[in-house]
Design a protein around this ligand. Structure first.
Ligand code: NAG
Ligand code: NAG
Length: 398
């Protein structure tokens, strides 16, 4: 159990790397220097020398290399094996935007830590298992957001199984599917199970020719944060409009063949999760459509993509809907399709096949469920999906 006293220590620990938002109350505690020194002394010796505290605000900052850091006095940064990331205070030149970057075998309870492959930004060619653990920095933290600022692993085999390389995330109270392939720009949310650590594990096979690398940004999210993802959302997009895609969606086919000798799929077998989008104020519905820049494979979810002329793939008429979608499909609740080419058709919330009409969903919370079954073999050359989304004013489609 968390005692009141240790909860307080955690709280203070978190403050150092916490946000402005927690601001008022917490800075009051920080200003209570006697209390702080006592707390730090009880924890692990004088990690943060007393004299440096309270002179600058330990707020999030952006380092000169673009990474997220925490504004600290240089000595504190060095004591925590941080990297100096440029100035962050107009009050003193002694402050630096401190970046915490760690690699295999490491652990952290510091907010906004980066977990990279050994040698990053160089690539990593060894085989083996690389693990990293994250402990909540405070009892008031509920979630971990993992941003894949860079994540390039070997493609799944032709059946969509992550056999050569795999990223797994365990120890949280919410499930994360196995991930491999190209996933730079993706993210996941994981719920902490009380104060238990979450473990990220990257297992790789030596000899693979992939330009393998990873740089995962680990942000701790307070239970009360407005940025906390709702229950059931593996991904949570905060912007009013943007792009969502399935894991390992990307340009180019999977170079691996399936056991029937056909072009493999980029879809990763056995993934079932929700992609949620935060509703913007005064928006009532959301429209998903194929991005104009992505070529025709942006919705290749089930079936044989090699039987169609590539210029035809993606067109709504090659999509499928309803009970016919039984293996791999996406669920878009309460759909409305207004495309003239779909006139007269009745749509249910299950979409699959090799194309998609623009779909407007009329129900909140805004969510797309991804359902990929455990065997991708009947599919050929599928890539999953990449969809642009935009939210509509309340007069549209309402
Ligand atoms: C962790 O840092 C991020 C900024 O990188 C900030 O938004 C968030 O509030 C911090 N979390 C906590 C628990 O302080
Ligand atoms: C400062 O710490 C002392 C001793 O723990 C405590 O009695 C006092 O209430 C604290 N003051 C503030 C403003 O937190």
């Amino acid at each position: 159990m968390r005692s009141g006293y240790s909860a307080m220590l955690w709280l203070i620990w978190c403050v150092l790397f916490g946000s402005l938002r927690l601001g008022a109350t917490l800075s009051a505690i920080l200003q209570n220097e006697t209390e702080f020194e006592l707390a730090a002394g009880h924890r692990q010796g004088r990690l943060f020398p007393f004299y440096t505290i309270g002179r600058i605000a330990n707020v999030p900052c952006i380092a000169s290399n673009g990474l997220q850091g925490t504004c600290l006095i240089r000595g504190e940064c060095a004591d925590n094996q941080g990297i100096f990331g440029g100035s962050c205070s107009t009050l003193t030149t002694q402050a630096t935007c401190c970046i915490f970057s760690r690699t295999c075998g490491g652990s952290t309870n510091l907010n906004s830590t980066y977990f990279t492959n050994p040698g990053y930004p160089g690539s990593y060619n060894d085989g083996g298992t690389c693990t990293f653990t994250i402990t909540p920095c405070s009892a008031s933290v509920c979630q971990l957001r993992i941003d894949f600022r860079s994540l390039n692993l070997a493609q799944p085999n032709g059946e969509g199984n992550c056999l050569t390389d795999v990223l797994t995330i365990t120890g949280g109270s919410s499930a994360v599917p196995q991930i491999c392939g190209e996933n730079t720009g993706q993210h996941v949310y994981v719920n902490f199970a009380d104060l238990n650590p979450i473990t990220i594990r990257v297992s790789t096979t030596a000899g693979s020719t992939v330009d393998r690398m990873w740089n995962l940004q680990l942000s701790q999210i307070a239970c009360a944060s407005q940025f906390r993802a709702p229950e059931g959302c593996l991904q949570y997009y905060l912007e009013p409009s943007g792009v969502i895609s399935s894991f390992n969606y990307g340009f180019g086919a999977n170079p691996n063949l399936n056991s029937l000798g056909a072009t493999g799929t980029r879809q990763i077998a056995g993934q079932r999760y929700g992609i949620c989008i935060r509703a913007a104020p005064d928006r009532c519905t959301i429209t998903y459509s194929l991005p104009t820049t992505d070529g025709s494979y942006a919705f290749t979810v089930s079936g044989d993509a090699e039987v169609l002329d590539p210029t035809l793939i993606g067109m709504g008429i090659f999509g499928e809907n309803g009970d016919i979608c039984t293996t791999d499909y996406v669920v878009i609740p309460s759909p409305v399709v207004t495309d003239v080419n779909a006139a007269g058709a009745v749509f249910t919330d299950r979409f699959c096949g090799l194309g998609l009409f623009a779909v407007t969903s009329q129900v909140k919370p805004f969510v797309v469920y991804v359902v990929w079954d455990d065997n991708e073999e009947p599919d050929v050359a599928n890539r999953g999906f990449r969809l642009a989304y935009s939210q509509n004013a309340c007069t549209l489609g309402a």
